[in-house]
Design a protein around this ligand. Sequence first.
Ligand SMILES: [Fe+2]
Ligand SMILES: [Fe+2]
Length: 197
Amino acid sequence: MASMESLEDVLQEEVKDLYDAEKQLTKALPKLAKKATADALKDALESHLRETERHVARLEQVFEHLEMPVRGKKCTGMKNLLSEGADMIGDAEDDAARDAVMIAAAQKVEHYEIASYGSVRTWANVLGKTEVAELLGETLEEEKAADEKLTGIAESFVNEAAAESADEMPVRGRSAARMPRRHAAADRSRARGSRSR
Ligand SMILES: [Fe+2]
Ligand SMILES: [Fe+2]
């Protein structure tokens, strides 16, 4: 990591980190959208891809204002969030469950971005870099809106459908999910039988 001696250094490093994070997202979002089942989720991911492309362009303006070369540095936070999300999505065998974990993974990404943009905007303000702070603030608001939209989708139907479609999340490799579904069904009918007796 480059040495960070001042708030200006910290701002520059975080902007480089965000640039790489947004670039990673422009590659990940189309893959996610393809795997989404619910139309509302697919639409939200596709429209956030277009926003993410604007976030990349806005950061390029930030580089210009800060008189820095347009160059990112590997954002390991985003890399790990995306790889954890991909693992969970890959393990979900049911469409509704997959959509639910996809929303969770996307929201973790949004929260990461919200934290980072919030910090850099504050630092830019403290340093008196008003134009930079405004650019970062515009993206920050779009990240918050994307997060709220995902909450709305989750609340409206996806999580409900996931809960209805199976007793447990059909996720491989988790001890709670090991019981085959037909056994779970048999257990349910036994439970009903014992209640009616
Ligand atoms: Fe973004
Ligand atoms: Fe985002």
